[in-house]
Design a protein around this ligand. Structure first.
Ligand code: ZN
Length: 431
């Protein structure tokens, strides 16, 4: 069911607002999760407000979205997700991090070569924001939960390592897809994590490589929102994509024509859409406070753990350190290998709050080509290190194998991590 009248929204929000509650008799009107796709030109920036009024932001556009955040009354962000490291998604993040307290930051753990990316990561390091790599887990924030979907292990480029998120609020489900293209959509289908959703954020700005009929059939969205700039050199959204979305969804909305798009999701599965800036800024917001970070492998009584294990891809890390460390290989591409060996790297993240001594540990591939971490090396709590294949000098966070040849096979390999005693503690297999 769709209600497009602004008055309906205002009435519904007024009914849920404690300040104007005296005018409303009877039972309290149901509170929606409020999902606002900011009009940021060619790029993505989405603000999600829980029924209790806490804020999740997914991407921040190419330039600062602070004007819109101020308009929405967003003063704190509980969870900030960067789907991938392209400038039309992370360009505005620096300003957001400067101007708003952020509790937790999630990204795809895949470094990018740009200055924008390096400055952003340095900024996050300075702020000491809690950093989480996007491994499959469920994050619970008030009434909503966010399933972080598994990432394809060795895809080419950032788009197909976009952090995928399924938001749940009762019967209402929304799928956020970053700039994923067919390979990642097919990967998610293969992992069985695509569900029947109410709202789909169109992958990759409505690109022709951002949809498949099979994916749309499985996701079966009632409303699709395309975040796209009015003039862009890519021809987004493409007519083929628009036709596909229109054949599945009742409504296809786009920020280039509709401006800011807000979708209200209700726990009984209903939704309402509101277009334009003036009609969505009346949500009562709360301080970010404490919230539940239900991480991979943690105990939970509400069945979340079952969900997580269902989502675990078969080629995740295994071994005695699997609950402490995540290891991901980016094998680069053939074309990059010869010219830039540092396009190949391994990311190791420490999920525990305490520093881990990895001095004299070894990282090896299937052919026993190994890198030994220098004595005294460590991974700080909730931090990560990157081991690049090519040449460079370590700063304690970036390590270099100083190899003249590619190490990680593009078509499948194993990364094995051995502790200082030579005991294998972690293994990551990819195909
Ligand atoms: Zn993009």
């Amino acid at each position: 069911m769709t209600v497009r009248f602004m008055l309906a929204l205002v009435a519904s929000l007024a009914a849920t607002s404690s300040v104007s509650g005296q005018a409303i008799a009877g039972p309290e009107a149901p509170k929606p999760v409020v999902i606002t796709f900011l009009d940021v030109g060619q790029g993505d920036a989405t603000v999600i407000r829980t029924p209790s009024g806490r804020v999740v932001m997914i991407d921040a556009g190419r330039v600062s979205p602070l004007r819109q955040l101020t308009r929405l009354g967003v003063s704190e962000i509980a969870l900030l997700i960067a789907t991938h490291a392209h400038a039309d998604h992370i360009g505005g993040l620096d300003d957001v991090l400067t101007a708003r307290p952020v509790d937790t930051y999630v990204d795809n753990g895949t470094p990018h070569t740009t200055e924008t990316y390096r400055e952003l990561m340095a900024h996050i390091e300075r702020l000491d924001v809690r950093y989480l790599q996007a491994v499959p887990r469920t994050l619970i924030l008030d009434e909503i939960s966010l399933d972080i979907l598994p990432l394809p292990p060795s895809m080419e480029g950032q788009n197909n390592r976009s952090v995928g998120v399924i938001l749940r609020y009762g019967e209402f489900l929304a799928f956020f897809s970053g700039d994923s293209e067919r390979p990642e959509l097919e990967f998610w289908q293969g992992r069985g994590v695509v569900e029947d959703v109410t709202l789909l954020k169109a992958p990759h700005h409505g690109a022709v490589n951002g949809f498949t009929y099979s994916f749309l059939e499985e996701a079966s969205p009632e409303v699709v929102v395309i975040s796209v700039g009015g003039t862009n050199p890519y021809g987004h959204p493409r007519p083929e994509a628009l036709a596909a979305y229109s054949s599945f969804a009742d409504e296809v909305l786009r920020t280039d024509r509709d401006g800011t798009v807000t979708v209200l999701g209700f726990s009984d599965g209903r939704y309402e859409t509101v277009l334009g800036e003036d009609s969505y800024d009346q949500v009562e917001l709360q301080s970010m406070g404490d919230w539940d970070l239900n991480q991979l492998g943690s105990e939970d009584e509400s069945g979340e753990l079952e969900l997580i294990s269902r989502m675990l891809p078969s080629n995740q890390t295994t071994g005695s350190m699997e609950h402490v460390l995540t290891l991901i290989v980016n094998a680069g591409t053939n074309s990059q290998d010869a010219s830039n060996l540092n396009a190949e790297y391994v990311v190791i993240e420490n999920h525990s709050p305490t520093s881990l001594d990895i001095g004299m540990w070894q990282l090896c591939d299937l052919s026993s080509r190994c890198f030994r971490f220098p004595a005294g090396s460590k991974i700080d709590g909730a931090r990560r290190v990157v081991v690049y294949t090519g040449y460079g000098a370590t700063d304690g966070v970036s390590f270099f194998m100083n190899n003249g040849n590619a190490v990680w096979n593009d078509n499948g390999d194993e990364a094995r991590l051995f502790d200082a005693g030579g005991q294998e503690v972690l293994r990551y297999v990819y195909e």
